[in-house]
Ligand binder design. Structure first.
Ligand code: SAM
Length: 218
């Protein structure tokens, strides 16, 4: 198969994925536009490239996963991302979610505990010309140097909402974070109003664990 037909195959698969996300309730056109622009096949190993537009999580290095596109789209929609928003992502993984947020015009700060994953994610950001601030470390305690954030997205399952992340959320800010046991979590949408935090539960999802000081023990 020549390069042109491979590109067309990816474009077709991406368009089908977007239609299926619409059918599943993703309405935010900015989210769908970003999914249409960011080549997900670049964020998976070449072994899985042909499956990049299936609505499924796929394995990445270090025994981690790139999240299912529906989950990514739903979490991004819940965050109501606006151009210029300062967004903290905990759990860079492949870098796909961070790339979507940056494509939507957010100023993205992303943290990953595995240096190997971050190195690959940084290479992808560079190839795509995306300016994203990265850090290797424990994201369960946030990134106080750049706090407060308009939005915080945690892409690993936590035992509870880390206090540090709540403190690093701006007044009026929104955080999405899966909370539960190690296997099944509920998506929490946390909104900060002054000193008060309002939490709404969204749905059952499954994530790899958030491992860290304010997460699960390794
Ligand atoms: N957002 C990612 C993407 O677009 O590919 C998918 C994230 S994957 C489901 C969860 C990631 O969270 C893993 O890469 C894992 O290593 C990372 N992680 C878990 N605990 C962490 C912590 N305390 N700080 C930073 N990253 C963490």
């Amino acid at each position: 198969m020549n390069r042109r037909s491979v590109v067309n195959r990816f474009e077709l698969a991406r368009e089908e994925l977007i239609q299926s996300l619409r059918a599943k309730g993703i309405r935010d056109e900015n989210v769908l536009d970003a999914i249409a622009k960011v080549p997900r096949q670049m964020f998976v190993s070449p072994l899985f490239a042909s499956r990049a537009y299936e609505d499924t999580a796929l394995p990445i290095d270090c025994n981690q996963t790139i999240s299912q596109p529906f989950t990514v789209a739903m979490m991004t929609q819940l965050l109501k991302v606006r151009k210029g928003d300062k967004v903290l992502e905990v759990g860079t993984g492949s870098g796909y979610q961070a790339a979507l947020l940056a494509t939507m015009g957010a100023r993205v700060f992303t943290i990953e505990r595995y240096p190997e994953l971050m190195k690959k994610a940084e290479e992808r950001f560079k190839k795509l010309g995306l300016k994203i601030a990265t850090r290797v470390g424990d994201g369960s305690v946030g990134w106080s140097r750049f706090a407060p954030f308009d939005k915080i997205m945690v892409t690993a399952g936590a035992p509870e909402v880390p206090r540090s992340l709540m403190q690093q959320l701006k007044d009026g800010g929104i955080m999405v974070i899966p909370v539960g046991d190690r296997k099944v979590q509920t998506m929490f949408l946390v909104e900060r109003r002054g000193k008060e935090f309002f939490t709404r539960e969204v749905d059952g999802f499954r994530f790899v664990p958030l491992v860290g000081k304010e997460g699960w023990q390794d």
